[in-house]
Design a protein around this ligand. Structure first.
Ligand code: ZN
Length: 316
């Protein structure tokens, strides 16, 4: 049995690399997948992207990680899902699954009888997350978002899972590492961590533009994690991280035009004006004021804003 590795309908024998489509029960689309079954022994890791279909830089990074890994250089097993949400990718759907308008990164662990996004989350968790020891989920700014690269881990009750996730999140050449205490429920990394699987999100790239530089940043970070886990040979690179425990999201409660007053990476102070929402005639309807001192980590760059849309987030 040790020589055979199975994930859903896919199999990779020891020393083999399988490139094929993962079929999940009750999910219409097939997910492109690469299984790398190393020649040596080691842990199992999932690397995925495309949970949000327009975060192109991270999708490119995952695809290149899958293409580049050779079973002869791997101790353990790596599964790469570069486009985990093909319906959103091909319809260029921002944030949400096109069929049910739900954000896949808010519905984990999903539901077997739920809507499309909920069923996809359910089967990803059941068929893939539960089959691996670590989860690495790559993201970036969506089509209408600018951001400075950051990583996130989930602050679990289980100390060892939390510490391991934090260590993995610190292995990218990225300044900001956010410990999230579940303010955003239903996330991939939160769901995995709550089940005892160390997990992180890494975010780089923005605004529907494929950035080769940020793709390499993500690829190198994932390789560094694989080195730290003993899956790949190499020199472990340590970088200085700024740890952030407050991740303040500002959302709109109005429909209108959004005029940010700050840029990504800007340091802001409590009480500072972050931007304003105007009506179609240019009259200010609402000023957004910072409730903390911190750094602007992401910023929505769409002029059009709807109720409940995120506007920006400040890390502190
Ligand atoms: Zn995302």
């Amino acid at each position: 049995m040790e020589n055979r590795w199975e994930i859903g309908n896919l199999t990779a024998m020891k020393g083999e690399k399988t490139k094929a489509y993962l079929e999940l029960p009750t999910i219409e689309e097939k997910l492109p997948a690469v299984l790398i079954h190393g020649t040596g022994e080691g842990p199992k890791v999932l690397v995925m992207a495309g949970i949000h279909g327009c975060e192109y830089t991270s999708i490119d990074a995952a695809q290149k990680i899958g293409s580049g890994l050779d079973p002869s250089q791997v101790n353990g097993k790596v599964i790469v899902l570069p486009i985990a949400n093909p319906a959103s990718f091909y319809t260029r759907s921002i944030y949400v699954h096109p069929s049910d308008q739900k954000n896949l990164n808010r519905v984990f662990p999903g539901s077997i009888n739920g809507t499309e996004a909920e069923r996809l989350a359910y089967w990803l968790n059941e068929s893939v997350f539960k089959e691996v020891d670590y989860v690495i989920d790559l993201h970036g700014g969506d089509m209408i978002e600018a951001l400075v690269p950051f990583t996130i881990y989930h602050v679990t009750e289980e100390k060892s899972i939390c510490e391991t996730s934090k260590e993995l999140a610190s292995l990218f050449d990225i300044d900001y590492v956010i410990g999230s205490s579940g303010q955003v429920p239903g996330s991939t990394y939160g769901c995995a961590a709550e089940q005892g699987i160390p997990a992180i999100i890494a975010e780089a790239g923005q605004q529907g533009i494929l950035s080769p530089e940020h793709s390499i940043l993500l690829q190198e970070g994932v390789k560094n994690i694989l080195v730290s886990l003993g899956i790949m040979e190499g020199q472990l690179k340590k970088s200085d991280s700024t740890y952030i425990s407050v991740f303040d999201w500002y959302r709109s409660d109005l429909q209108g035009l959004w005029y940010p007053a700050v840029q990504t990476g800007a340091a802001v102070v409590k009480g500072q004006n972050l931007g304003r929402i105007t009506d179609e005639f240019g009259e200010t309807m609402k000023e957004i004021v910072s409730s903390t001192e911190g750094v602007v980590l992401f910023l929505v760059t769409s002029l059009a804003i709807n109720p409940n849309d995120p506007l920006l987030a400040v890390g502190a």
